[in-house]
Design a protein around this ligand. Sequence first.
Ligand code: FES
Ligand SMILES: [Fe+2]
Length: 482
Amino acid sequence: MTQVSDDRPDASEMDALVEAVTRGRPGPSYQQIVAADGDPLPDYIRPSWRDLGTEDIPIERYISPEFAKLESEKLWRRVWQMACREEEIPEPGDHVVYRIVNDSFIVMRAEDGSIKALQNACLHRGRTLRTKDGRVPEIRCPFHGLTWNLKGELKELPCSWDFKHVDPKRFSLPEAQIGTWGGWVFINMDPNCEPLDAHIAPLAEHFKHASYETRYKSAHVAQVMACNWKVALEAFIEAWHLTQTHPQSAPSAGDITTQYDLFGDNVSRTLTPVGVASPALEGIDEQDIYDNYLQGRTFYEERLGVTGSKDLSRDGVAEELPENTTARDQIVRTIREAIGPAMGLDFADTPAFQLIDALEYFVFPNFFPWDQAQTNQIYRFRPNGEDPDSCIAEVMYLTPVPEGQERPKPAAIHWLEPNGDWLEAPELGRLASTINQDRLNLPHIQIGLKTLARTKPGITLANYQESRIRLFHHTLMKWING
Ligand code: FES
Ligand SMILES: [Fe+2]
């Protein structure tokens, strides 16, 4: 697949392009907001956008069983996809079972410390070899006992006298390719795939400051949802729905101020400013924004990712906004001067945007790492088998290991009831109620798409604010069309 090309417009051409596509939008741009913060800004937050046209997106892609089959063959069997965390398989024999559509892999730590992705199906009569994550000394099939070592080489062939036609050396478990980044393990079933680094560029460069491999998975919540995996994914890739779907957040988050960036074919990003009001709202003053940030939506501890785990002193957190101070400046100052020290952390040199803004990245086809100074969230959306009307949605947190402490064990998956309430996942803090609001839309989108398809074969996207959805489909169809 195409990567970040060298013929991108220069900075002034890019600014002109973004200016043109956002002409008429009320309020400041994201770049104006971060410039007013007064911090030295890294180059990587500059806009990166391109025009991918305005055509409707065919509804068939969301509802057709034939399209779901095509995705299984042409996408999932060839693309890099996040399977688990390295920390989940620290010792030889530790493994995670990763399923995607009809395929299943045992992501295994071998004796030499390497990671293997072994096809999870017995070469005898096909039984799934491992149905659960765990630790095993070898991989023994529960049906007749054929056994493989941790590298996937055949170790034991019961009644070998009856298998004179089988060469044990040629009876190893087929493997998928493995790649790692930031402590995440990715797999790819295509032996001729491009390297993972090329697929995820420029992610590694943008996350250089973050060292996510040293963080641990502190929460992991999953749910089967009654919608296509792309319907779910696309609900988390734009900030425009915030005012309508998450009205509690709009007074202190700039939904339509969000900057949308596209990098190559595989990576996109939203930069949503926090501590400023949505320009869609009227009559909000700085004290209202500040009150909303403090009380209504997300208090400092959650923004910095110590949800429920630490009772921070609120000393130094002013209720009243000092005169001539913006809510955004006051929030950042409080984080640097009161909250950081209370957490034992020094945020003096962390730019304001990294402390408070919502910085969400996406890597095709389904991996969403957020960039946050402390705990960051991760989303993943997968098909649930070949059913176009069902998917698996997951939310995880990555948290830095506290100074001087051992790395805590990564959180096990907390499965919620299918289509059930996300408030059953208190480990997500207030994000649970936000996801709950998104969840309530999703089955109704799936049903509505089928209704709509009778009279209108495609959905119509906003040109700028939904450009990440357009890039996603642009790349998806490259895979589908081979
Ligand atoms: S199916 Fe696995 S040993 Fe028979
Ligand atoms: Fe949402």
